[in-house]
Design a protein around this ligand. Structure first.
Ligand SMILES: O=C(O)C[C@H]1C=CC(=O)O1
Length: 94
């Protein structure tokens, strides 16, 4: 199952810089792990924003929820999820 996910990051301005760097470092490691597993299929920066557009490939809504809510930055993310279905005019393997 494919999902389009938009994440906007809102780190508090008074967050200790060392804590922020630790969160970003752990988030990056987890993002790499999920990309290598094929679960986090696309990860794009939204130009001009501290936000990303991602495509996740998971087995269930519950798996997606577990992954997103387990991200180190989760407490600071606004997340919008859109389920994707195959378009009838899409060429195979696109
Ligand atoms: O920077 C972001 O968009 C937030 C998050 C997503 C992947 C990652 O490494 O950080």
């Amino acid at each position: 199952m494919l999902f389009h996910v938009r994440m906007r990051v809102h780190l508090p301005h008074d967050l200790d810089p060392a804590v922020a760097e630790d969160l970003k470092s752990r988030e990056k490691a987890r993002a790499h792990e999920l990309q290598r597993a094929g679960t986090w299929r696309h990860l794009w920066r939204v130009a001009g924003c501290y936000a990303n557009i991602s495509i996740f490939d998971v087995d269930s809504h519950e798996q997606l929820h577990d992954i997103l809510s387990g991200l180190p930055l989760f407490p600071y993310l606004d997340i919008d999820v859109t389920p994707l279905a195959r378009h009838p005019s899409a060429l195979p393997d696109t």
